[in-house]
Design a protein around this ligand. Structure first.
Ligand SMILES: N[C@@H](CCC(=O)N[C@@H](CS)C(=O)NCC(=O)O)C(=O)O
Length: 230
């Protein structure tokens, strides 16, 4: 069966989208192959058939599924015999909390820290859209935000505190092995790794060792794209 994942991509094929990385890791966890179609911010016509204007969009045979959380639930319910993303109903509820926390707390803190770096890695034809959309959202220029990188990284460090507490005690968020909750958080950290040399996690941090375990999964899937090493 033909499967296609439409994903947001920057210049020089930078696959930086955190929401798309959630789905990439979920597909790898289930052992499902897909064709990955790179799309720009201003190439939404590529996904207009889906009725949604955000990436990722998954086409699985005759099914079109949008929104990373909906895609994860779709994969779990459609392929119950493949390795589970949630390990039961309780795991799904907890993963949904991590999804909401990452969307509302972790992603904004990361974006404020690396927004100028993101800008420098998107396609030339997308820069005007990105600048006007994000500057309206933050009510500051991208350059002003970029000048505050160290202060914003300090803020991010505080947001990361609960992750650090958990990972100082356990190897994975979801239990004996990685599962969708781990992929949600990892995808958020893979985003800066793909577009910024700024080290948002440092070697002495328990998050760093967990992140490296995540990078090693699925034959080094996260290392298979262009990224910064730190
Ligand atoms: N709730 C959606 C959010 C998807 C989303 O915001 N995707 C970003 C890519 S990281 C996007 O498509 N941005 C395009 C834009 O800002 O125009 C999900 O979980 O998939």
């Amino acid at each position: 069966m033909k499967r296609t994942l439409y994903e947001l991509t920057g210049k020089d094929d930078r696959r930086f989208s955190p929401f798309c990385w959630r789905t990439r890791m979920a597909l790898a966890h289930k052992g499902i192959d897909a064709e990955y179609v790179p799309c720009g911010f201003t190439e939404k016509e590529k996904i207009s058939f889906s009725g949604y204007d955000r990436y990722p969009v998954l086409v699985d045979g005759d099914e079109t599924v949008t929104d990373s959380w909906t895609i994860a639930c779709y994969l779990e319910d459609t392929y119950p015999n493949l390795p589970s993303l949630f390990d039961g109903a309780g795991g799904r509820y907890l993963a949904y909390f991590l999804n909401a926390w990452t969307d509302t707390q972790l992603h904004p803190a990361i974006l404020r820290t690396i927004i100028l770096d993101v800008f420098h890695h998107i396609r030339d034809e997308d820069t005007q859209y990105f600048r006007s959309d994000r500057e309206a959202r933050f009510k500051q220029t991208l350059e002003d935000l970029g000048a505050q990188q160290d202060a914003r990284a300090d803020d991010l460090n505080k947001v990361l505190a609960p992750l650090r507490t958990v990972l100082a005690k356990q190897k994975w968020f979801c239990g004996d092995g990685p599962a969708y909750g781990d992929y949600i958080v990892f995808a958020a950290l893979q985003w800066p790794r793909c577009v910024s040399a700024y080290p948002v996690v440092k070697p002495e941090d328990p998050i760093y060792a967990w992140r490296n375990r995540m990078i090693d999964l699925f034959a080094g899937l996260a290392d298979s794209v262009t990224h910064y090493d730190y």
